[in-house]
Structures are given as structure tokens and as C-alpha cells.
Design a protein around this ligand. Sequence first.
Ligand code: CR1
Length: 832
Amino acid sequence: MDARFKSRDIERRSLDVDGLKRSFLEWLVYSVGKDARAATRRDWFHTVALAVRDRVVDRWMDTTRSYYHEDAKRVYYLSLEFLIGRLLTNSLSNLGIVDECRQALDRLGLSMEDVVDAEPDAALGNGGLGRLAACFLDSMASQGLPGYGYGIRYEFGLFEQRFENGWQVEYPEQWLQFGNPWEFARPEVLYPVQFYGRVEEFRDSVGERAYRWVDADRVLAMAYDTPVVGFGGETINTLRLWSARATRDFNFGHFNDGAYMKAVEQKILSENLSRVLYPNDATETGKELRLKQEYFFTSASLQDILRRYLQHHSTFENLPNKAAIQLNDTHPAIGIAELMRLLVDQHALRWDDAWEITRATFAYTNHTLLPEALEAWPVRMIERVLPRHMQIIYEINAKFLNRTKAKAAGDNAKLSRLSLIDERGERRVRMGNLAFLGSHKVNGVSALHTDLMKQTVFADFHEEFPDRINNKTNGITPRRWLKQANPALSELITTRIGEGWISDLSQIAALREKADDVVFREEFRRAKRKNKKRLAAYIARQTGEEVLVDSIFDVQVKRMHEYKRQLLNVLHTIALYNEMRDNPTVSWVPVTKVFAGKAAPSYHMAKLIIKLINDVAKVVNHDPSVHDNLKVVLLPNYNVTAAEIIIPAADLSEQISTAGMEASGTGNMKLALNGALTIGTLDGANVEIREHVGADNIFIFGMTADEVNDLRASGGFNPREVIASNPSLKRALDMISTGAFSPDDRNRYHPIVQALTDGGDHFLVTADFADYCRAQDAAMQLYRDPEEWTRKAILNTANMGWFSSDRTVNEYAGEIWDVHPVKPSHDGEGFR
Ligand code: CR1
């Protein structure tokens, strides 16, 4: 080989400062097409990303090849959402070359921060469900597990949120506008996906009744692959996202009619399938395009999974030993009918064999009990869009109900609850029931949530299949959420206990004893203060508001939802504001209330709450009588990148949902790991966080899930009585309802006041208010004692080891997937 090529080849992989610098210059010129004088920050980001990608490719191919050679069992994580965020720091950090890259950029006169900030935030998800999928990808790769992510390459991610006059306004998020240097387009990996048409019955070669789906519209799914770099760079897995392409023969007839434009229009329309992410978090919209998106990516993924399986096998009985398919909520649950269709219609398996294989292959994770989030597609819609699948669903249902009838002995109510079809009103397919029935394991995402699944939505199924439901408490990746987001704290931790915690977070328990070390406490506070300064600067840039770095940073960051009760926090804010004004001579602990989160564009109440927070902020922040002791900020456009700045700076973490309604929460884990103390209800994973960090190191308040259940069942709850008996609550509500925060429109908040009073206060904000204020007071008192506060903060960090997504993924691997780590062989020259 030509020596020049050879040396360039090695250079592509070199990880030292000089090698990086030389590849940056080469990439800038030959791939980005700029010289150093003309290059913008975005050009440099693309340059660096491409150079980093070079350092990943060999190992990526080694990984894929090793899985292939070993015919390893793979796990396929099917998810309509992957909330990835930026990848540059993540890749550098997992490759272990952050410092080298910084120095190389330095030599070119560039700041690493500027380059990092030029990367768009990949927001292919709404909130916790999508971010969990991204954490799982990191954990699978970091532990050498053969795991693939499958989803949709949305052209528009979650909308960009801006505030105009304090109201949320949505703008399109064009993350792909300038290209995406991380992805590899695979124009040859293309699968047809059908919609509409009709089903034809015929006799197969042995005279058996068989079916084919004909006259359907076709779209192609084209693959885009993004390497998922595991910690240490040993294993590089794949995230495969599908993009819709028109078929080449798409209504070709129109060309002959001269209707060329019509054909082109149809082509454009069919490609709309992967255009935009639905911006709903834990609510269902029931739109046909959404059903088509779900089927589109699920079908393409299953075809791809079967193709991979068939490389080594000629029959299907081993599929469950070679492929585990995890359904991230019911969004891909149509895959159960699709796999049946592929096996029975295309590969001529017998129904019962196909069903056994399907059930042994799929597992389903439920992420919410909110009734408005449980997908139920109208039968008529599925009949039209996916006619063969509707037949298959009927068949699955009929066989199941027949078998169950005998046992249920005339309990028709139970049978109708178990049915895949909801017959009340417009007939609908219950996707949760389909997912349950078609899976060998079904899991919830926290201990409480799993118990409630057994008692509520899946009570009847649990009775029928008592071994199927199991718990897998969520986790978060310590790489992104501590190492990368919080360099100040992670470097401090590493100086004391080494760096084993990065890949084995249980080791962070070694910090427990440091809670009593006064020097360590001082350094821990210094790290927190550094992060708070960073956040204060960010707040000033984003909102123009100056906040006190030494105030309590009281943080509630998550989607805007009534059940998450941002309103409870707002009411406390107003009550505190009143107290401060009433008692100007008291030496108050200064408080900065930090909010951030998006509302679904059609969720009017959540948008009104946003406006209320902004209105309250306007009044409080400009009232000289509180002497800057209270500030309220609502940061715009909360996303992964913003979270990485906010979370490390938090003192107090607000996890205040109505008990029984938050399936798990994962922000709660990120904040506690970064040394924030939680103020929270006994909901979701808060229950387990309390067990781990200790009841003395968390502020728990409010009703339990059982109490909420009893109170609602009794029907005797009267918010008016509660309000009348609590003067500070009454005063806060009166201010809202009389326009103290909306002098320009005194009735603006009528719907909020109405919901909390005559509306019955479904989320029990008023019921929990007094106890919440008590817990807030306790937090403020504790903050006066920095040593004691820091001690508890350290104990939070030290006791969060169990909440690593490495632990979660290992539990899935061992108890659901039966997949095992594969050590890639790097026999090529590879990455050194
Ligand atoms: C839940 O609301 C949980 C995440 C991830 C969300 C949240 O409590 O932490 O899932 N559910 O498990 C959801 O988005 C569609 O449901």
C-alpha cells in the first residue's frame, strides 16, 4: 500500500493531540470544504465530529462483526422516542479523549466550549420515556451487551419553546438543517412498508386457508445508523433510525397521463411519515399519522431483525433464542400482530407455532397508568390502515377469550375487560392488552408503579398470568449525568475514590464516609457553587434575571403536566412571597425558584400554568420589598442540553406529583446523584430513593398513593373546606383569582382557580399544600446550616449508586432478555 495512505489511515485513528489536530485540519478542508480563516463555529463542530467519528468506525465494525460471528443473541429496543441530546462530549468522554481534543483545539486557537455549543440538541423524544431509551443505549454499549436501538429519524424533533408575553409559543426544531455528522445513511438498507388496501383469502399449496394483503400503498423505510459509543470505546453499538422514502414506482401511471405533478405530490406526501415527532408526553392523540408512524418503524425494524436472524438460520424456532424485542410502551405493540403476519403469511408458519415464537420474543414495558395515555386505536381505523393486522388481532383475541372462558365461568365483566377490543362506545383496540398478551414479560418502571399495575390496569391479566409482571426500576447513565454534566463534582469524586464509579456506580458508596470529612464537605460545596455560578450566568443570558448564587436553587424541571403539580410549587412561591413581604425584618434564606419544561401544544391548562409562572415571576422579581430574597425563573426550551447545566447546580429537587401518578421519574435520580436534596411525595421511584438515601436525607410530604386512592373513592374531598382553613393558601388563590399577577386580564387564571375549587382539585394540590409548606420550611431551616446540608447532599450522591441505568439494563438482560456481553475482537489495526 502507498505509504502516504497508510500513514493517513493510522492518523485517522490516532488519539493523541497532534494526530487529532492534523485530522481536524484535514477534515475541515477536504470534507467541510473551508479553510481555517473562513470556518464558522458550526464548521468546526462538523469537523471535530467527523474526526471523532473516524476514531469510532473500526471498533464499531469490529463490534458488529463479533456479534455476527458469534451469532450472539441480540436485544432490540423498539422505541418511538430517543432523547439523545448532543453527542460530541459524550463520544469524546466515552473514548477517553476529552483533554486531548481540548488541547488540539487550543492549538488551533479554538475553545472547546464554543465547538461543543455549535451542536444541535437531538430531541427525538418528549421526556422521560425517550431519555430512558437513550440512557439504556449508553448502558448497553458500556457493558458490552449486543443491543440495538430502533426508532424514527424525525426531521423535526420536539418543538423549540419560546415565551412571547409569557405564553409558550412553539417553533419547529430543525436539528438536521445543517446535516448530522454522526449518522451514516444506508440507502441500500430499505424495506417496504404497506398501508391500506385489502386482504385476499386463498388456498395455499397444501390446500389450507391463507391470506395476502393486496392493493396497498407502499412506502420505503430507509436506515440511518448512528454509532453508540460505550464507555472505554470497547463496544460500539448501533442506533438505527428509519426515514420514509417514496417507492420508485410510486403511482408511475400518472406520468403516462401527464399528471407528473400529481405523482410528485404523492411522493412528497408519503415521505411525511417520518417528518415530525408528536409533541405529547404521556397523552395519546389518536391521529392516523401517528398510527402509521408506529407501524412504519415497527415493521421496518422487524423485517431487519428477521433478515439478520436468517443469516444464520433457516427456520424460526430459534428466534427467541437469538432475538429479544423490548417494546418501549405500547407505541410499537402493533409489532406483535406484524410478527405474526410475517411468520404466518410470508413464511407460512402454523399459527400456534408463530404465536409461541412471538410471545417468547417480545417483552413490554409500561410507563404510565394515566388513562389518557393508554393507546386504544379505533377498530375502524386499524381496519382501514392495516386490514390484515385487524384480522390477526381478532384471531389472537378469539383464541385467548375462548381459552379463558372456561376458567372465567360466566364472569362476563372480566372477559370484556380482558378483551383486546373495548366494546364500550366506538370499538377500539386496547394496545396495552395486546402488548401484555403478546409478551412473555411485562414490566413497570418502579416498585410502586409495578404494584399499581397489578392492582389497576392489568389486574385481570395479572390474575391470569401471575408470573408475567415484574419490576425494573428505571436508572440513569452516570456517564452523561455525572461525569459529563458535572466535571467539577466528578473530578472531586475521582480524587477520593478513583474512577471505578464511572462504569460501576455502586462504588460511589465509598463517599459515604466522606460526609463527615469537613475538608471534603468544603470541596463538595465549592463544586456545587461553581455549577451554580454557571447556571446563574445561563439564567441571566436566557431571562435577563440576576439571581443570588448563595440562594437555595430550588429546581423543578420536567414536562408541564397537572399531575406533576408545578401549581403546588407556584402556590408555595406565592405564599413565601407574602410571608417575606409581611415580615421584612426577618432574615430570610434567599430562594431561587427555577422552573423549566414544555407543555404539549394542545394542552391548554399546562400552557396557562406556564403563563402563570411567568406572570408570578414578573411581580415577584420586581418587588423591592422582598430584597432579592426570592426570585422566580422559568427557563425556556428545556431539553437535554439545558438539563446538563441546570441539574448539577440544584440544591433542592422538586418531585411533587400526586402520589400514584408518576410512574417512576428519572429527573429525580439525576438531581439526587448530583447532590440535590429531594422534596417529594411517596410516588414513583421517590419511594426507592428514600430507601437508598435514608429518610433523614430527603423531605417527604403529602398523601400516599393509598390515601389518594381512598380519598378519591370516598368522594368526600372538598377543596373549598381545605382552602378556607388555610389562610396562606386562601390568600395565594385569592391573589391569582383577583388578578394580582394578571392586572391586564384579571380573569386569565379563572380556569386554574376553578380546577382547584369547584372542579374538585383532581390532583389534590390543595390537599397536600400544608404539608408541602412544612417540608419547604424544613428545607429552608436546614439550608441555614451549610455543614449539615452538605453532609446530607453528599449522602445523596453517595447513596444513588443503585440508580445507574447499568444496573437496570443488567436486570433486563438477566431476567427478561437472556442476553450476555460479547467481547468484540479487535484483530484489525484498529484504535489503539
Ligand atoms: C413516566 O411518566 C417515567 C418515564 C420513563 C414516563 C415517567 O414517570 O420516568 O416514563 N411515561 O419510564 C410516559 O412517557 C408514555 O408514558
